[in-house]
Design a protein. Structure first.
Length: 381
């Protein structure tokens, strides 16, 4: 199966090029050049009026269209994958909530099965699971249920690290056992984010020294920056090696704060996420998040008590929002929505770039940055 994309504007890793052609064969990008003849059997996609970018990669997303990672069913993941693809996403990490052990394990097993399914033309790939909790701090619970938060016990988490499905785990380093988990995760190639944490600056820096490489939804559910106690947020901003996930919905984080984080981290350390939940794509109304009731009004999801309950953001909107907030270039925005999140979870060997040898995961946008077409593994609807 061959495909040739005739690109008006093409986002390469560090620059934008005009009038390039991309040849795809068996789901892999083979060649990029100004002049490439289309093989006789190739599908030709005319994107001369459009912008061609690496497909978006969302490493922190709970659900959409009434489906949630914690449903632990193939149908839920497929519904999510289809919705995300329509918004330019080609790969994602279904993200769990803090919950009893057996619920988390059902979700891990379900994701593991989904990872080996053949690619569907209209669905983003399931790249692994992000465990958000349960080893996090009730003082920074956000919409995570505090009653299930617990110390990190190797008997519980070792099988998760060994599963091969877990790519990222969010922990609060000050929780009992969390520092050992951070060290254990390194041996299994599992990335660790600090999040839902009341860690001080020193505790956060110790977690990074032990191997944690990122912060979950930077600014949200973490100790803020005070000039005499810079907190977890100060450590994230000061440590150049650390990735900062950012919910770019203009609600969880003010655009000015998005701009500040971009100035601190740059496009190679800022990872745009949605943190979207199951009401995403359904408009306003009343929904459930786990066992909790959630009210969505004008796209903002809140628990009964008023706490933000995840977003209803999509990656294409996040892409537009980060450009509006920071004035960054298309190439930078593209990196923050694809290559950088992929690298933050160790999936950048074949994902996140339009380059020979990389998976043919591509999104095509119009001049207003709206999704025209999503190509997953070299196939498009
Ligand atoms: Zn969270």
């Amino acid at each position: 199966m061959r495909m040739l994309i005739d690109c008006g504007t093409l986002a390469l890793h560090d620059r934008i090029e005009r009038h390039r052609r991309v040849l795809i064969e068996d789901g892999v990008i083979r060649a990029i050049a100004a002049h490439l003849d289309a093989p006789a059997d190739a599908t030709v996609i005319d994107a001369r009026a459009h912008i061609v970018l690496p497909g978006f990669i969302d490493i922190h997303v709970h659900g959409a269209v009434d489906a949630d990672t914690m449903d632990a069913t193939p149908e839920a993941l497929l519904a999510m994958a289809r919705f995300f693809a329509a918004h330019g996403v080609t790969g994602f990490l279904p993200t769990t909530m803090t919950a009893p052990r057996e619920h988390i394990e059902a979700a891990i097993e379900n994701v593991k099965q989904a990872m080996v399914q053949p690619p569907a033309p209209d669905a983003a790939r399931v790249l692994g699971v992000h465990l958000e909790g349960p080893f996090i701090n009730p003082k920074q619970c956000g919409a995570q249920p505090a009653e299930f938060m617990r110390p990190a016990n190797p008997h519980e988490y070792r099988p998760w690290l060994e599963s091969g499905a877990v790519k990222l785990i969010t922990v609060a380093p000050e929780v009992d056992g969390a520092m050992r988990l951070i060290e254990d995760a390194q041996r299994f190639g599992v990335a660790v984010a600090i999040g839902h944490t009341d860690a001080t600056y020193d505790q956060a820096q110790a977690a990074f020294a032990a191997g944690a490489n990122q912060a979950t939804h930077t600014f949200n559910a973490m100790r803020g920056l005070h000039h005499r106690e810079p907190g977890a947020l100060g450590a994230v901003m000061a440590n150049d090696a650390v990735y900062g996930q950012l919910i770019c919905d203009n609600v969880h984080v003010h655009p000015a704060a998005m701009n500040i984080l971009h100035k601190c981290k740059g496009a190679d350390r800022l990872a745009v996420i949605t943190d979207a939940m199951e009401a995403t794509g359904l408009g306003d109304g009343e929904f459930t998040l786990g066992a909790q009731r959630v009210f969505v009004w004008e796209g903002v999801a809140r628990l009964e008590g008023g706490a933000l309950a995840g977003s209803t953001l999509t990656m294409d909107a996040a892409f537009r929002n980060i450009i509006a907030a920071t004035g960054c270039s298309l190439a930078e925005a593209s990196r923050m929505c694809s290559a950088t999140p992929a690298r933050a979870v160790g999936l950048d060997d074949r994902k996140g770039r339009i380059a020979p040898g990389y998976d043919a995961d591509i999104v095509i946008l119009d001049a207003d940055l709206r999704v025209v077409k999503t190509i997953v593994g070299g196939v498009s609807e």
